[in-house]
Design a protein around this ligand. Structure first.
Ligand code: BTN
Length: 257
């Protein structure tokens, strides 16, 4: 059971998570917040599910998470909040937020992997899926979905990166309420920072990404290429160097060689 009282005491935000929806089972927290249902309309709404029946990952993958042990939740942001933020930054903000929260609370060293995975000891502890509804030239809503492994200690299935959890890395049980509140507190600060000093988001993200300068392979639509992870550009796209030419990669999976 998620203890709403503990969560509420730790939550220091103005708008993120102030409309908090807690549910036992759902298809996908992202899908639910993307739908038009009245209860989900408020900007800053957070939907947390103990179990997702069809949890979505990037590139049509499935996000598996054991019931009640981890955090699987989505944040709804409407135009009022995102209108002055480069949408590509939302992935960077989300991964940076999770990374900062883990380092603040548990002193575990995290690493960010482009575009938006959070790793500990080269293993994946969190994944992020950002989805947007655009009507005409207006952003109607953005949903940031975060799956973070906390107390799960065994993982079954095929994974493109070996999974881990905070419990496996830290060696103790992790309190879900405290961590979720910390994530929302930091996310609200970083969303504000992205409006005022967007370059800070890029620089903080770069400082947590250990792949910059390394030889990598990039997989885009089943095509695998090798080159150097040169940097991320001002939009958060990957600058990939191969045969001495720089190229922007918008989507894809990267692996170290
Ligand atoms: C990935 O690494 O492939 C992204 C995983 C994102 C999973 C989260 S769990 C909460 C939210 N709801 C979903 O259906 N997916 C995201």
């Amino acid at each position: 059971m998620f203890n709403l009282e503990i969560f509420d005491i730790k939550l220091e935000t103005e708008y993120l998570g102030r409309n908090f929806i807690y549910t036992d089972e759902i298809e996908s927290t992202n899908t639910e917040l993307l739908s038009n249902r009245q209860l989900n309309k408020k900007s800053g709404t957070v939907l947390l599910a103990e179990k997702q029946l069809s949890g979505k990952g990037r590139k049509d993958r499935i996000w598996h998470s054991a019931k009640g042990l981890n955090l699987t939740f989505s944040i709804l942001l409407s135009n009022d909040i995102v209108k002055n933020i480069n949408l590509n930054y939302l992935n960077l903000i989300a991964s940076l937020t999770v990374s900062n929260a883990i380092e603040n609370l548990y002193q575990l060293k995290t690493e960010l992997k482009w575009p938006n995975d959070v790793l500990i000891n080269k293993k994946k502890v969190a994944g992020i899926l950002t989805e947007t509804i655009i009507k005409g030239s207006n952003i109607e809503r953005v949903v940031i979905g975060i799956g973070l492994n906390l107390n799960q200690i065994s993982f079954h299935g095929d994974f493109n990166i070996t999974p881990t959890s905070l419990k496996l890395e830290a060696g103790f049980d992790i309190e879900r309420e405290n961590l979720l509140a910390e994530i929302l507190n930091i996310a609200e600060e970083l969303l504000d920072e992205a409006v005022k000093m967007p370059e800070n988001i890029l620089n903080d993200w770069r400082s947590r990404c250990e792949m910059i300068g390394d030889k990598i392979s990039v997989t885009e639509n089943d095509k695998i290429r090798t080159g150097i992870f040169h940097d991320i550009d001002e939009n958060g796209y990957l600058l990939f160097k191969s045969n001495n030419t720089l190229e922007k990669i918008h989507f894809g999976d990267v692996s170290l060689l």
